[in-house]
Design a protein around this ligand. Structure first.
Ligand code: 26M
Length: 823
């Protein structure tokens, strides 16, 4: 053809092909004949990157020139998953790249599957951060993610003999083409040393942090494109690297080998993501990671700020910093330190700037998750910060006295430093005192923190507390992962829903459109078959696609009560055995999720689920009626396969314990019916979809409180429900593990002698009833799919675009920037 190719930026198939070939040859030193799939994948990504670079540079330039208010989202976790599909959807280049791959002899899906998940997070908190980046870019906000480039993400889970085995997640073995290393953006991060007082020229007492050791933080940038709006924001991940000076001094001592060996010590800071979910472990390496993130990020923010502005007192006007949980809350004393020790401001001015710039999000009320760093550890690692924290606390305690009078108990509860055997710094208290806004992540959760864990603080600073109900990005969680449904919706109501998810309400009218409903239900069936093929290929299990796909996927935790669904599966097994001729609605129960490596009870749950699954799946009497599977190595990518195929979404936490949940939103959007408790965002999902379109059961928060107060006894519930008792006896007596009959005693003991803290037995009868409702509804397919469609149509509120608009308006003060100049 005579058409001129635009190899680097052309948006047509021919240009893209030429670029892929050129990368194979000139970036990877191979060619189309000799390249393997990995190399081809890499060339494809580099060709996508070429098409992002102009927008990436232009976006950053525009932010600088217009002095746009910048939003910094600091998080120890970004669970971004794979990036190729997302980039192509957002660039509107899916078809072109598909065709280019095909013309060059490759199947796009096969190439896409080469990519390792960037699994730099544990679960909800990390995935939320990833959805927020997508929404900030799509809304045109100058939003920057800051995190750590861990060499190893969340461990890979294997199952051996029913037990979880952890393997390192070496996701960078072949590098990642998405990250650009920026040698020009590197900062020293200091540790140890001591705080030395001195008097400045004006006779003021000041402090210097001296005799420190340091590592360098090196920037690695990953582009975050918005949805078809030309915006490309940035995720900056810091890698730890050793200082140059180290080898020089060692050379002089002739200790070259030791010097090189020590490089590893410094780089250990960014080696591995801590795999704990909602459990605080006070390890020094973790504290180093947190300060490493905070220090490098603040240096970067202030360097950028000073290039555009000359008065740091205007910082809150041009900069907002959001701390994702307490993990980055050392930003409070570090910003104070910089403003006082390095910029020469007095305490009051520094404090005003700090509080107005920072804000903090709470993601859990579970007390064992709250960070409390030992004072002794801080004194050693960050002596100047500890000194500042003591001063913050002293001034704060004075305010508490002013506000509440002499109330020693209250002072003790509110103190940032908790005294005792092991004095420690309460990072949540530091976050509330040192920032202007604290938010919960669902309405119920925000109410709870105001009434319980942060009650005293709420009474003192009511205006600081605000709710921001979580959301999910509709790009990844509908458009990408469920293309058949996305296309059907678009053909009916247009594609405005992709950025205005509440437009899905237009689907409400379609419930009586038979043709449409047939297509809608066919898509669910098609997705179930697609999942079955995937599971067959990757796990070797044969899913019964005629059965209800009943799915619980999330971290394994007692409060999430995977145990309740496992008991239900066993009870169904018993029922079918006892009533071989009774009709049953066929079910396929699917679990997936990782247990923290140190969480023995959660690991035992996995073993139990696998034992029950074996019993069920190997019994011919269950055929066509009941299946149960545990899929290993749950990930963002696996979730993208499972969620579109789900009929039933299990959201069954003990009321008051799941702060929000975000999986619940993904399932509802994809037309699964929720069986759930009135917990977290389930409450708001119910409000949106209507009481008839969600199956709610069990104790409420008040019910839980009342039951505990009046004296709960799990034995009573055990003795009162025959089917429940039978299953617990079976678990206790080795029915599911005949070779090791006492294996599950830790579980049955915690339910009975331990009095069942998570109230599994208390809620079980209501749960079993609710599952009967599920069966009854599923038996009437027309009604079932109406309910399913109402879920898809009515959960627009849970777009992370809405969540981010709310943050922009109520916390970040940048609402004027939303959608500016676009659409
Ligand atoms: C702590 C120390 C060391 C390593 C990790 C941690 C840690 C990691 C994650 C502590 C807490 C963590 O997460 C809390 C969390 O994920 N909360 C979830 O946040 C979601 C997003 O707001 C909510 O939807 C979930 O309900 C909530 O459980």
């Amino acid at each position: 053809t005579s058409k001129k190719l635009n190899v680097k930026t052309g948006m047509d198939t021919e240009s893209i092909k030429a670029d892929i070939l050129s990368h194979l040859r000139y970036s990877l030193a191979t060619d189309i004949e000799t390249a393997n799939k990995k190399e081809f994948y890499k060339s494809v990504v580099l060709s996508v990157m070429d098409r992002l670079h102009d927008s990436w540079l232009n976006t950053q330039k525009e932010y600088r020139e217009k002095k746009t208010k910048k939003i910094y989202y600091i998080s120890m976790e970004f669970l971004i998953g794979r990036l190729l599909d997302n980039a192509l959807v957002n660039l509107n280049l899916e078809q072109e790249f598909r065709d280019a791959c095909k013309d060059l002899g490759y199947d796009y899906e096969e190439i896409r599957d080469i990519e390792n998940d960037a699994a730099l997070g544990n679960g909800g908190l990390g995935r939320l951060a990833a959805c927020f980046l997508d929404s900030m870019a799509t809304l045109g906000l100058a939003g920057f993610g800051y995190g750590i480039k861990y060499d190893y993400g969340i461990f890979k889970q294997k199952i051996h003999d029913g037990y979880q085995i952890e393997r390192p997640d070496d996701w960078l073995r072949f590098g990642t083409p998405w990250a650009t290393t920026r040698p020009s953006v590197m900062y020293p991060v200091r540790f140890y040393g001591r705080s030395v007082p001195y008097t400045d020229e004006d006779g003021h007492l000041r402090f210097k942090w001296e005799n420190t050791q340091h590592v360098y933080a090196l920037a690695n940038d990953i582009p975050m494109p918005g949805f078809r709006n030309g915006v490309v924001n940035n995720l900056r991940l810091w890698k730890a690297t050793s200082p140059k000076s180290l080898d020089l001094t060692s050379f002089n001592q002739g200790e070259y080998i030791n010097a090189v060996r020590d490089i590893e010590l410094h780089e250990n800071i960014s080696r591995v993501l801590y795999p704990n979910d909602k459990i605080f472990v006070g390890q020094e390496l973790r504290l180093k990671q947190e300060y490493f993130l905070v220090s490098s990020t603040l240096q970067d923010i202030l360097r950028e700020y000073k290039q555009q502005h000359d008065d740091l007192r205007d910082l809150p006007k041009y900069v907002a910093i959001q701390c994702n949980d307490t993990h980055p809350n050392l930003a409070v004393p570090d910003l104070m330190r910089i403003l006082m020790d390095e910029e020469g401001f007095d305490w009051e001015t520094s404090w005003d700037i700090t509080v107005k710039t920072l804000s903090y999000t709470n993601h859990t009320v579970l007390p064992e998750a709250l960070e409390k760093w030992p004072v002794s550890m801080l004194r050693n690692l960050l002596p100047r910060h500890l000194q500042i924290i003591y001063e913050i606390n002293k001034r704060f305690i004075n305010k508490v006295h002013e506000h509440f009078g002499d109330d020693v108990n209250r002072v003790r509860r509110m103190s940032i430093i908790s005294e005792g055997e092991q004095p420690s710094v309460q990072m949540a208290n530091l976050g509330i005192v040192g920032t202007h806004k604290v938010n919960g992540v669902a309405a119920l959760h925000t109410d709870l923190i105001k009434k319980t864990i942060f009650r005293d603080f709420f009474e003192m600073y009511p205006e600081r507390f605000t709710n921001k109900t979580n959301g999910i990005t509709p790009r990844r969680w509908l458009k990408q992962c469920n293309k058949p449904l996305a296309d059907l919706i678009t053909s009916e109501i247009g594609d405005s829903w992709i950025t205005h998810l509440s437009d899905l309400r237009k689907l409400d009218d379609k419930v009586n459109d038979k043709k449409f409903m047939k297509k809608y239900s066919d898509i669910k069936q098609q997705n179930k078959e697609r999942l079955a093929a995937y599971v067959k290929e990757n796990y070797g299990f044969e899913l019964n696609t005629k059965a209800i796909f009943d799915i619980q996927i999330k971290r394994i935790h007692e409060y999430k009560r995977q145990l309740m669904l496992a008991i239900y599966a066993a009870a169904q097994y018993n029922y079918i055995k006892a009533n071989p001729d009774a009709p049953v609605v066929p079910r396929t129960i699917i679990f997936a999720g990782k247990a923290a490596p140190g969480y023995a009870m959660a690991k035992m749950f996995i073993k139990l689920i696998n034992s029950i699954s074996d019993k069920i799946n190997n019994d011919p009497d269950m055929e066509g009626k009941l299946q149960c599977f545990f899929l290993d190595n749950y990930s963002v990518t696996l979730a993208e396969q499972l969620i579109p195929a789900a009929d039933v979404s299990e959201q069954i936490s003990t009321a008051g314990m799941e702060a929000s949940g975000t999986g619940n939103m993904k399932f509802a959007l994809n037309g699964a019916v929720t069986i759930g408790t009135l917990d977290g965002a389930n409450v708001e999902i119910k409000e949106e979809v209507g009481d008839e379109n969600i199956i709610i059961f069990g104790l409420t928060v008040e019910g839980v409180e009342e039951l505990r107060r009046s004296g709960y006894s799990s034995w009573e519930y055990y003795n009162a429900d025959k089917a429940l008792k039978q299953v617990i006896d079976q678990i206790r007596d080795g029915f599911f593990e005949p070779d090791h009959p006492s294996l599950f005693h830790t579980i049955t003991n915690s339910l009975l002698d331990g009095n069942d803290y998570f109230l599994v037995l208390a809620d079980y009868p209501a749960y079993a009833e609710a599952q009967k409702e599920v069966d009854a509804l599923y038996s009437k397919p027309d009604e079932w799919f109406k309910v399913a469609l109402y879920n898809t149509a009515r959960v627009g509120k849970f777009s992370s675009d809405r969540t981010i608009s709310d943050y922009a308006t109520d916390i970040w003060g940048c609402e004027d920037q939303l959608n500016k100049g676009r659409e």
